[in-house]
Design a protein around this ligand. Structure first.
Ligand SMILES: Nc1ncnc2c1ncn2[C@@H]1O[C@H](COP(=O)(O)OP(=O)(O)OP(=O)(O)O)[C@@H](O)[C@H]1O
Ligand SMILES: [Mg+2]
Length: 200
């Protein structure tokens, strides 16, 4: 049986449903002074799709992920997300749109526990004001409990229950990467980007 990968939606051999285009990058060029990190690159990512960017050191892979996540603004080209052209946005605004990422160099809070690190990944879902947070009633309490429940599900799924109260700075590299994945977990997210080296 052949699969028409250009159809509006199709099912992969391993049972994943691939839907419409979520992220569309059109003719992206990014320069740092005289260095052209990305030159006229176009591609798209569809719902349910797993895409890999491969290339030698310095090819521009991380730069492209930084364009997608709003860290870098390309000099040329357009980023379209869920059918709309994305204006220049700050990374937190991109995160609010449902885009999560991890970093090439681990970027966790070493002094905080695994659980607290993972909870920071959902801060943009917490809107209670300072007073509500201080007395921890109503909205603040409800949001925190929801946040905690969502994080516990991710912890269970990634099998890191045994380290949930451990400060991240004490963990080996492989577990730190797993905590980063948990923090950026695509729960309630629409697009997830990760760069380089995942331990088995
Ligand atoms: N912030 C920056 N300032 C100046 N030049 C940069 C910056 N970030 C990346 N570059 C340059 O852009 C090019 C692409 O770098 P990038 O880090 O995107 O490559 P990469 O494919 O992720 O490489 P690696 O496999 O080593 O992670 C390189 O020439 C790099 O030196
Ligand atoms: Mg890189």
């Amino acid at each position: 049986m052949t699969t028409d990968m250009n159809a509006d939606s199709y099912v992969t051999a391993d049972g994943r449903t691939i839907g419409p285009v979520v992220m569309d990058l059109k003719n992206i060029t990014l320069r740092f002074g005289g260095v052209v990190a990305i030159k006229d690159i176009s591609f798209n990512i569809r719902e349910g799709e797993i895409r890999a960017i491969i290339g030698p050191n310095g090819a521009g892979k991380s730069s492209m992920l930084n364009v997608i996540s709003g860290f870098y603004k390309p000099q040329e080209g357009e980023v379209w997300f869920r059918g709309s052209k994305r204006p220049q946005m700050r990374p937190y605004q991109v995160a609010q749109q449902g885009l999560a990422r991890t970093f090439q160099n681990i970027a966790l809070f070493d002094g905080m526990t695994v659980l607290d690190n993972i909870m920071t990944g959902r801060l943009n879902k917490m809107n209670a004001n300072l007073l509500q947070q201080a007395i921890w009633k109503g909205k603040a309490e409800k949001e925190e409990l929801e946040n905690r429940e969502a994080c516990e599900k991710v912890i269970d799924f990634l099998e890191i229950q045994h380290i949930r109260k451990t400060p991240v700075g004490r963990l080996p590299y492989g577990l730190k990467k797993r905590v980063e994945l948990a923090r950026a977990w695509p729960l309630n997210r629409r697009c997830f980007c990760s760069t380089n080296r995942w331990p088995a």
